[in-house]
Each structure stands twice: as C-alpha cells, then as structure tokens.
Design a binder for this molecule. Sequence first.
Ligand code: NIG
Ligand code: FE
Length: 438
Amino acid sequence: MASFFNNCYLRLLFLRLNTYMGLLIKNIKGLVQVEDDPKLRVCGKEMSLIDTVSDAYLYLERDLISDFGPMRFLDSNPGKIDLLRDIVIDASGKFVFPSFCDSHTHLVYAGSREGEFTDKIRGLSYEEIARRGGGILNSAMKLNETSEDELFNQSMVRINEIISQGTGAVEIKSGYGLSPESELKMLRVIRRIRENAPLEVKATFLGAHAVPHEYSGRKHEYVNLVINEMIPVVASEQLADYIDVFCDEGFFTAEDTERILMAGIKYGLTAKIHANELAFSGGVQVAVKYNALSVDHLERSGDDEIEALKSSETMPTLLPGSALFLGLPDAPARKMIDAGLPLALASDYNPGSSPSGNMKLVMSLGCIKLKMLPEEVINAATINSAYAMGLSETHGSIARGKIANVFITKEMPSYEFLPYAFGSNMIETVILKGEVIK
Ligand code: NIG
Ligand code: FE
C-alpha cells in the first residue's frame, strides 16, 4: 500500500476519485502567530509578543483552520487526519504565517500617476500637485473615462498581485469617483472583486476624498451632496461596510468630517477615517468621538492625539509606504506603543501616495522607519489590521476555527528574516480559504 501511494501519479488519481478532506502542512520550521485563546487585538507591550510553534504541523479542513501543534503530537496521535485522502505539503525549513490583512487601500483606480512621481522628484509637494488639479482629481478624471468592466479588469491585476504577496483580506475605498454615479461605479467594482476573488474584501465609501472641480469654492455644497445623495444610495444598495473622510489640511475639516460621519452612522456605516497626514487636523479626536473602527495615517500626532486614542477602541493605523513615498515625517509609532496603544499597519495602495500593496515591504518599513520590532510589525499586519477591518474574530492569526488563510515562505533561518529581507520575495505558497492559490 505504501509504495502504491508513493507513486505520485496513482496518488493524484486516487485523490481525484475521492474528494480530499483536508490539507496538512507538516515539518514546518516555525508556525507563526498561533493563538489558543484568540484575542481581538493586541496593545502596548503585548505587541512585542507572538507565539510560534517550532517543528509544527497545521491541518486545514475545507476553508477553516482545524488543528495545529508540534510534529511529535501528530506522529503519536494522527486523530482525524487521513493521509490517504488529504493533500500533504512538506514545509521543511520553511515558516507558515497567517495571511496579511491590509486594512487600508484605494486599489480600485484607473491608470496610474507616474507623471506626478516625476513632479515630486523635481520638488513639488503633494499639496501643490493637488492644487494644480493633479492628485486625487487627476485619478477622478481618469476613472470617469473608464468603463466599469475596464476598471474591474485593472483592479483585478492588483488584487492578484497582492494575493501573491501574501494578503488574504483587503479593505478597498471608493473616492476617485466624486460624483454619485462614479462613486457607485467604484463600489460596484469592489463588490465584483468580493464576489470573484478568493480573498476577503471590505468596502469603504470615501465620497469625501477631495472636492471635485465642479464644486471648486463650494465645498459645503459638495459635503451636502455626499450627505444627502450619496450616503443614502450607498446604504440602500448595501455597497459599503464603512465610511471614510480625508480629514486633513486642504481637504475636509473636522467639522465637515463630523457632519459626514453623523450621516453615515445614521445609515449604519461605521467610521474609519484618514487623519493627520498633512497637518494636525483634529481628525483623531473626531474619530474617537464617533467611535471609529480605525483612524489612519497619523504622521502628525502629538500628546493630545495619543491621549484621545488611549480612551478609545479605535485602532490607530500607520501607512509607512505613503510616508516614505511622499517624504513625510514618520508617525511616532514607538511613542504610541510605549503609551500602551495598539497599532495596525496597512499599505494605502493607491496611485498617488503609495503605488504598492506589498504588505511584506510595509512590515519592513515598520521596522526600518518606525523602529517597530519584528514581532510588533507581525502583530500590526495580521491581528491588529484584521481588527481595523472588523475581521479579527475570523482572520489575523492561526487559531482553530479561523479562516484557513496562510502563506508558506521559502526556506528561512528565522521569522525575523521576513521583514529583514526587505527586497526579497520570500512568499512561496499562498493558501486562501483552504485552497492552494499560488
Ligand atoms: O491615503 N490621503 C488621502 N488619500 C490617499 C492618496 C490618494 C491619492 O493621492 O490618490 C492616501 O494617501
Ligand atoms: Fe488612504
């Protein structure tokens, strides 16, 4: 019998005739971020701790994590694992991580903006480019000229890219439409991605991303349009889970943000906002006041912002890719963690300030630029970013009953090697909902 199943061809034939039951990953050098008692998020000092199992196995059944532990337990008590009917992957020398959760992206967009990249190299700031009609308004113009199908196709290229880079759950914002019709087009594309892609998708309505040309000098009227026309339709068509506002200098004020959040909350949308990227905007305090799930960017954060966050359930989320790309000061990550706060990391994948959705690189930037420890960036890019998109009960760690979203690395000496090797592609195998995708 054993030699029969050592024959690869016959084994595959057998598996095809008998629907396989589970997927066993064995001989794992390190199984990272395991939890016996799952937590919704980790804060302060806890962020520097992660549990790992050396010489481990991980057993997935259908789309769920079923069991894990040291190999010696598997050898002595194989339990329900049926080696005749399960797919088996040998991960000798390799590490297994929970898939990344990317809780902040704008990856549905049309075209690209590398012209502005060159403008920035020549010395223009993000705000100057925006004032000249570039930036978000440039993307809005391109998106208006692009059909829904084409927008979906362009976005799926980015989705497939981030899946191969280890992301298993992604939040995607609208905000390049800036009219009722185009915002709905973006949100429908996000819904199509959710229906077609193997990763988990959350949608955020960001009508207040910029004031469109037609409303120049009439921002109040545009805010009224967002509140009175866009939010009701978005909510009635159930196109969004969250509502966002770009609360920053040159965009929307804390007062605009309050009005929009109040309207969104009335329609059942939870707040998740952009704040304090360009200036001390008051956005952090507004986010906390409206019980936002997360407040993101935070490059300009002082003691008042940290104090406000300490008495809240809001997840501070840092986006070091956009700070790097725009040459912004780094958010005070160390000060925030030392004050006992949790932190999440996300990519901000967008054409203007972060044309990358590579969460492994984001972790490296967390270490290199924000002085976070490898354990802290792993927590920030998994369990805490899952929290920042309302998914930490089902995603963000290796725990029994959670969704079977994991990746297997190439051979590595330690888990710290993942953020350390900042330019290397270390992700070899991607498994989403229990299926091998790459
Ligand atoms: O998160 N800050 C606002 N929105 C995006 C940038 C969008 C763009 O430039 O297209 C961000 O950085
Ligand atoms: Fe953003």
